[in-house]
Design a protein around this ligand. Sequence first.
Ligand code: HEC
Length: 212
Amino acid sequence: MSMHDRGNTRLLLASAALALVLAAPSHAMQEQAEKAPEAVAPDAGTPAGPTEVSFGFGQPAPDDLIAQWAIAIPPDGEHLPDGSGSVEQGREVFNTACAACHGEDLQGVAGTGGVALIGGRGTLGTDAPKKTVESYWPYATTLFDYVRRAMPFTDPGSLTDEEVYAVSAYILNRGEIIPADATMDADTLPRVEMPNRDGFYPDPRPDVQDYR
Ligand code: HEC
């Protein structure tokens, strides 16, 4: 199991635990709702039905606080910020902030956990698939999203949007996906065609449908 997989497993377990916590009060409320009609005497003057439950802590999240956390970039690049970055600018960002773990050759540095970011094209269907940004990731916009929220590993959130655009451009160029004179911004990044773009298909299993 790779470090990446372990990270995903932890995330899944955390989500499962959160789902249980969230399910508990709503289950209780449902029970209360079902019992309510017989619990209330006809002349009590209290309307039957679920009462509002308050846990007595917390406060409504203001929009600016939500905006700080709601930074997800979907595949089509909606909400990508202003700014731009070139491959050349990205080389400097990469060598300063990323190469220690991912290597100047972008193949990962043993012992740091930094994985290979390029290479592996054509290996996904073999016995030794090498999954990288170049070979595996279907959308270039995910690279921006991931780097902005999670990298550098020891100091996430420390890069400006320009630096994230630039380092994304550099990785895509080193993966031979965009030319050396390319500049990435909210308009160009979503139009990058990743090599494995058509390698994914929707999973129709009913047990994973979105219940919201
Ligand atoms: C201190 C070491 C370290 C530094 C510095 C670092 N990374 Fe990482 N990077 C990691 C580790 C560890 C992972 C795997 C994290 C995981 O799977 O949860 C990772 C994963 C990634 C991935 C996902 C790769 C994949 O296929 O899953 C990308 C992309 C990435 N880093 C880009 C960058 C960029 C860009 C920088 C510089 C701005 C950077 N990293 C700096 C350690 C580092």
